[in-house]
Design a protein around this ligand. Sequence first.
Ligand code: CTP
Ligand code: CA
Length: 227
Amino acid sequence: IPKAEAPGPLRGWRALVTSGPTHEPIDPVRYIANRSSGKQGHAIAGALARLGASVTLVSGPTREPDPDGVAMVHVESARDMLAACQDALPVDVAVCAAAVADWRVRAMSSQKLKKEGGQLPALELAENPDILATLSRPGRMRPGLVVGFAAETEKVVAHARAKLARKGCDWIVANDVSPSSGTFGGTSNTVHLLRGDTLEDWPPLSKEEVAQRLAAAIADHLVGTGA
Ligand code: CTP
Ligand code: CA
């Protein structure tokens, strides 16, 4: 249910944001997950809402508080995240910031796996749906603007370009997570915004600043705010 929209350039525009990790169950007490705080995705959802957009935030489990003024959907697995995203359509812009687990266990055990006689359980994996690629697929329900993220440790821009083409999204925020970038464990983020063929290098920024700048770029693209 969209919340009352704040006045702002994105008033009347709808946005979908994914955030956090996904948890893929192994059995009732164990799961596979990515490391993700959800800070970046939550900050983007909050920044879009402050510009007046009607925002649905679909998030995996995080310790982040729900941002003010967004319609929150809490999910666990990648498949649940995809279903929640599809339920939120149509939107004008989708931003996929979640660290989605690439694989799930093909058949979750309904009972807790036990250490029996020193035998190791074999986990058969299956590939999860790609939410960004699915939302980017041409069709009536495709958001007008689809933005992905790419965290890379080397050849950051080259890998991000390849990812943008592979996923079919419009923009990619490429995040340099190499040890020399100081991203991990630090407060600043070195990102590059790829809009189709156009590359913009951003200075080191906090996740909140990255969110504000990205939200401003989205508003400029959708309504021409001149940001
Ligand atoms: N993504 C997604 N669904 C997935 C996997 C990734 O929506 N199942 C999105 C992420 O939210 C991010 C982008 O795709 O916006 C890139 O994720 P990344 O893990 O870097 O890409 P992958 O295609 O999974 O490639 P890699 O092998 O590098 O993990
Ligand atoms: Ca991945």
